[in-house]
Design a protein around this ligand. Structure first.
Ligand code: DGT
Ligand code: CA
Ligand code: CA
Ligand code: ZN
Length: 588
């Protein structure tokens, strides 16, 4: 298994501790290294085993100091310097910094003044009005902290889809290699592609459940066995709980339907079954019309749950068919009208990753990306895209540290992008990611915007309160083509701005502006419920990765599945068009 996530978490904790001590530069280099290690496709322990610290330094952003720390951690399970730092500041750094507005320096200040070590302490101190008394803090900061604590508590329990999905892929690949397994699939929220995941549910069909459970406990990625029985087991892998259930093949479809959820979807399905004199549960669909009343399986043992004449259960299609419904993709199963649509044969024809023609939001070394324009374009071609838009950050609200391009830079880059476009088969659109200010202004001169092929306008500052008016202003700007990550939310970090999404979508439809589903697994913004409203209002959606390096083109699948959760069809999606179709939308 790979220990990359584990090592990255330790390096991030080191960065926080160093920042708490006011150390310059080092915290950011630790964070960059942590990001690269997490994204690296080869396991750090494999690299280290095969090539020692030198091999670790092949990972981007990892120099000799961080390679040595990584090696120390792999060898001993701890990092001496981190242990020392923890001793000096003995706090739950990860939990405390999860509260928006609380950074490592705040953690250090509140520990010194008030002895705050965890979220409970923080909450107590804020409620008692102690924080406002600390030098450098005020009543406003204190009330902000108090307000943000529940969100931090809630969000820390769930993993990002982008972290959980690779684990799910690996457990499925592993189960496919186990002889006793006849079929296997993921269930639960991971199969529905929810943006955050409580645990990874996996289902297998086998005539020999114990053999499957035994094999699963010995899975190389399992760090710990949390619990195990004869037909189920839970392990911890990559800091995630993975729940496996094994059922007989005849009940696989019913179990898959049941454990895929969502609960609300299952309630709606169950009610439909009851209307038809049927009972549906994890064991099958049963005709209970001939049974005595009171014997309907509520609070009943397993054998009673199988009472009645069995009419379906081996396949999920069969389960839905028995209830007079078409099978539907798991992404739709959130009780947003899919049960009625499946009964009326009125389900949407969802887009797939194969429908995607290109990516219309990515970055290069011109702003905060790593690669050159040519490398980013070559990466798009390699990924299979027909076109790509280079949309580096413009300077303006929310851009710090000189990241964004001036109007003059943008004109210069436009020439550079045109030159790359000449050299390649991929169609390259020259674009920009401009900033939408709090007042809705767009941070680039109109003449430059007009010269570019594609203008993505995104909010990067003032990401709280209602943002409807500023987005409406951006949408009405004649040069804006796409509104990027419209709410600015960061999963598990900040909720982003509130939107009257009906109003925003109607304006977007009117002005021929696309709304982005940003596929970065930290964002997934627009969220699916907003996307559903948007397409119902006739707006066009653009599913973009916001890649800062070619490997991040892979994020596209998270955006596509988010769009599927929003009932989007290929016709709703700008980048499901071919390059000419995109040009037409852009008025080129
Ligand atoms: P998560 O893990 O919090 O991201 O969300 P899920 O949806 O994976 O939920 P989980 O792991 O608790 O359970 C997996 C599925 O099992 C869930 O989506 C629906 C089904 N399920 C679990 N408990 C119940 C229940 O009490 N009633 C019904 N109808 N279904 C349930
Ligand atoms: Ca789950
Ligand atoms: Ca579960
Ligand atoms: Zn952005």
């Amino acid at each position: 298994m790979s220990r990359n996530a584990e090592v990255a978490a330790r390096l991030e904790e080191m960065a926080d501790h160093l920042e708490a001590r006011d150390v310059d530069y080092k915290p950011n280099s630790y964070r960059r290294a942590a990001d690269s290690i997490r994204a690296h496709t080869v396991a750090v322990e494999t690299l280290y085993e095969e090539g020692g610290e030198d091999a670790l330094q092949e990972i981007e952003d990892v120099g000799d100091a961080i390679a040595a720390k990584t090696a120390e951690y792999l060898e001993t399970g701890s990092i001496g310097e981190l242990e020392d730092l923890r001793e000096e500041l003995p706090v739950d750094m990860d939990a405390l910094t999860a509260v928006e507005g609380v950074g490592p320096k705040t953690v250090a200040a509140l520990y010194e003044a008030l002895g705050v070590t965890d979220i409970d302490d923080l909450e107590a101190a804020a409620e008692a009005g102690d924080i406002r008394e600390v030098s450098g803090f005020g009543a406003k900061t204190e009330s902000n902290i108090l307000e943000n604590i529940p969100f931090a508590r809630e969000s820390r329990k769930r993993s990002l889809l982008g972290e959980a999905r690779p684990v799910a892929d690996r457990v499925l690949a592993f189960l496919a290699s186990v002889d006793a397994v006849e079929r296997a699939d993921v269930a639960g929220s991971i199969r529905r592609w929810r943006p955050t995941i409580g645990d990874v549910d996996v289902l297998a069909a086998s005539a020999d459940p114990e053999a499957v459970v035994d094999a699963f406990e010995a899975w190389e990625a399992a760090d710990d066995v949390i619990e195990a029985g004869t037909n189920k087991a839970s392990v911890r892998a990559e800091d995630l709980r993975v729940d496996l259930r094994v059922v007989v093949p005849a009940e696989f479809g019913a179990a898959l339907q049941y454990f895929t959820g969502s609960k609300d979807h299952n309630v709606a399905v169950r009610n439909r079954a009851i209307e038809r004199g049927l009972k549906v549960n994890e064991y099958g669909v049963f005709d209970v019309s001939e049974l005595e009343t009171g014997d309907d399986g509520a609070d009943a043992g397993e054998s009673d749950q199988r009472a009645g004449e069995r009419v379906a259960g081996e396949t999920e299609e069969g389960v839905y068919e028995a209830l007079g419904m078409a099978w539907m993709p798991p992404e739709l199963r959130e009780n947003r009208g899919e049960v009625g649509a499946a009964a009326n044969d009125d389900l949407p024809d969802l887009l797939t990753t194969a429908d995607v023609g290109g990516d219309l939001h990515c970055h290069t070394e011109w702003s905060d990306g790593d690669p050159t324009v040519a490398e980013m374009v070559a990466g798009a071609a390699e990924f299979g895209h027909d076109y790509v838009a280079i949309t580096d950050h413009a300077t303006g609200p929310g851009m710090v540290g000189g990241v964004g391009l001036s109007d003059a830079d943008l004109r210069e880059q436009l020439e550079a992008v045109r030159a790359v476009d000449e050299e390649t088969d991929v169609d390259v659109f020259a674009g920009v990611e401009a900033n939408v200010g709090a007042d809705g202004s767009v941070s680039v001169g109109d003449d430059v915007l007009a010269a570019l092929d594609l203008v993505v306008a995104s909010p990067h500052s003032d990401l709280d309160g209602d943002g409807t008016d500023r987005l409406l202003a951006a949408i009405e700007h004649p040069e804006v083509d796409v509104v990027g990550h419209p709410t600015g939310r960061m999963l598990n970090q900040r909720p982003g701005i509130d939107l009257d999404v009906e109003q925003v979508a109607a304006a977007a439809a009117d002005h021929g502006v696309a709304l982005e589903i940003n596929a970065n697994p930290h964002r997934l913004d627009l969220r699916s419920s907003h996307a559903k409203v948007a397409v119902e209002a006739g707006a066009t959606i653009s599913v973009n990765t916001d890649a800062h390096r070619p490997a991040e083109y892979e994020y596209m699948r998270y955006g596509v599945h988010t769009a599927r959760r929003g009932w989007c069809e290929p016709g709703d999606i700008l980048n499901c068009r071919d390059a000419d179709g995109v040009r037409e939308f852009l008025g080129l």
